[in-house]
Design a protein around this ligand. Structure first.
Ligand SMILES: [Zn+2]
Length: 325
């Protein structure tokens, strides 16, 4: 079973790397890697494509010493990408030497916006055998984003009182991030919490009222205030605060194994810490609270403290008013 799954996964690694990417992302060679697996009629004509896809996948995903083919990876081996893994129960996994949480063989690995061109995945099985994979991490270009007209008190020159509030908010966020659930709530994939025009992309270099700030931590979708925000995947609510200094109405959902969604600027919050939410469940509504120029949904995704790009896991934006989610 694992063997069959691996063949599919190699393709998946290539095919999903740019899913949901914006036009800012150059078309990557791996985007050809889509296999029409069960379509017999298409077989003959697709052989060349299939071979090219396998070659491309092999090139990106050099497998050293994995005779048992015991590791499956699906997702984006790219800056800001997240890959979902499956291996044999009981295995231990490290990424670049850091231990990764594994539950019954399932695990996540992620790559930050500024990740270098390679990463080392090591899987140690219960029988002592070790699988090492050198992963090629794709490079992305991130645009510069200028936003003017923000309330200057939300950008710099904070008063004592504002700094105190910012500090208290930070403590609440840190406390909410002390724990994670071992269950892989992420396993059924992700859908867009709100559909609409993407008004801000992950990783763009932000210049707010003329001041260079940290890169944009998530993806923004423009939507009218009051639009329901749906959980992109199941999980446990870890934080639900209506009035954070920068974030405004803020909710954290723990999708398990240190993968967390954050929703910012909410006008209404319908959940509380400890609640279990299902994929698609309404957790609150779009607003413009905190540091925002107008109503939109901001969605951030963090794995083990590293920000990754939600658009890569959510995929193509459904048509407005479509049957998405
Ligand atoms: Zn944003």
């Amino acid at each position: 079973m694992v063997r069959t799954a691996l063949a599919a996964s190699l393709l998946a690694i290539g095919g999903c790397a740019v899913a949901g990417a914006n036009e800012q992302t150059p078309a990557a060679p791996e985007s050809v890697a889509v296999a029409p697996e069960d379509d017999a009629a298409a077989d003959a004509q697709s052989n060349a494509g299939y071979d090219a896809a396998m070659a491309a996948a092999d090139e990106r995903q050099r497998v050293f010493d994995d005779p048992a083919e015991s590791v499956v990876l699906k997702g984006g081996l790219v800056q800001g990408g997240l890959a979902f893994g499956e291996t044999l129960p009981g295995a231990k996994v490290t990424l670049d030497g850091e231990p990764v949480m594994v539950n019954d063989g399932r695990f996540i690995i992620g790559f930050g916006r500024d990740h270098g061109p390679s990463a080392l995945l090591v899987v140690t099985h219960v029988d002592g055998s070790v699988v090492r994979r050198a992963l090629d991490i794709g490079d992305r270009d991130f645009p510069v984003d200028r936003i003017d007209g923000l309330d200057q008190s939300k950008v710099s020159g904070f008063t004592e009182e504002q700094l105190k509030k910012i500090g208290e908010d930070k403590e609440k966020k840190t406390a909410a991030r002390r724990t994670t659930d071992a269950a892989p709530y992420w396993a059924n994939g992700f859908s867009w919490p709100v559909t609409g025009r993407i008004s801000g992309i992950f990783g763009s270099q932000r210049i707010l009222n003329g001041e260079a700030k940290t890169p944009h931590s998530g993806v923004d979708v423009a939507a009218p205030a009051g639009t329901p925000i749906k959980a992109p995947a199941a999980g446990i609510v870890r934080l639900a605060e209506g009035d954070m200094y920068f974030e405004g109405g803020l909710v954290f959902i723990d999708h398990g194994q240190w993968l967390e969604s954050a929703f910012l600027h909410m006008s209404r919050i319908d959940v509380k810490p400890g609640d279990k939410v299902e994929a698609g469940q309404v957790i609150g509504a779009v607003g413009a609270t905190g540091r925002a120029t107008g109503p939109h949904m901001h969605w951030s995704l963090k794995w083990m403290g590293t920000l990754v790009d939600p658009a890569l896991v959510a995929g193509d934006m459904p048509q407005a008013g479509g049957a998405g989610n």
